[in-house]
Design a protein around this ligand. Structure first.
Ligand code: SF4
Ligand code: SF4
Length: 172
């Protein structure tokens, strides 16, 4: 079975996230704007109750029942970063994806932490939803969409694992 066929088995045809786009090296200007967005988010979330301590619990999708959503641009950046830093070889990525796990989770820690998607940064495991954090999350998502539209002409936003399964041959 080809990769797209195997992927189609897992994600029903006609759902909102199809077709899953192909990996493309992100334009440098887009990567820079994304880095600015992450830096602003880090500053806004520096308050103790919103900070992430990288325990890796929310990354354990099967145990948490969590689905990570991300944009194509973010996932292109994330995958490029992983390739540059020699994180997660393709066979390992395939094995983890088959188990429903994030392929970047290395020994309980994020292997792509500096480049992780916005959705990983606004999980807010230790703070109940407040207007302040909802505003921060919503503003970050709007900015992300605008950067994506400007640079790759798509605001594809869907399950990160669907994108990573479709593009698994682009792991190192
Ligand atoms: S956001 Fe996720 S990785 Fe960060 S502290 Fe919370 S559960 Fe752990
Ligand atoms: S990209 Fe990193 S932070 Fe996000 S789910 Fe995967 S391992 Fe966790």
């Amino acid at each position: 079975m080809s990769e797209p066929e195997a992927q189609a088995d897992r994600w029903p045809a006609g759902n909102l996230w199809r077709p899953v786009p192909s990996f493309a090296s992100p334009p440098p200007e887009a990567a820079r704007q994304l880095a600015d967005l992450w830096a602003d988010l880090d500053r806004q979330l520096a308050q103790p109750q919103a900070a992430c301590h990288a325990c890796g619990e929310c990354c354990d999708f099967p145990r948490r029942g969590h689905v990570l959503f991300a944009t194509k641009l973010e996932l292109d950046v994330c995958l490029s970063w992983a390739r540059d830093q020699a994180v997660t070889p393709e066979p390992t990525a395939r094995r983890r994806l088959a188990a429903g796990e994030c392929p970047f989770l290395e020994g309980g820690r994020c292997g792509v932490r500096p480049a992780r998607p916005v959705g990983c940064r606004i999980y807010f495991c230790r703070v109940s939803s407040t207007e302040q954090v909802e505003n921060i999350a919503s503003t970050a998502q709007q900015r992300l969409r605008s950067i994506s539209m400007e640079h790759n002409g798509t605001d594809w936003y869907g399950p990160a694992l669907a994108y990573l399964e479709t593009n698994v041959s682009n792991f190192r």
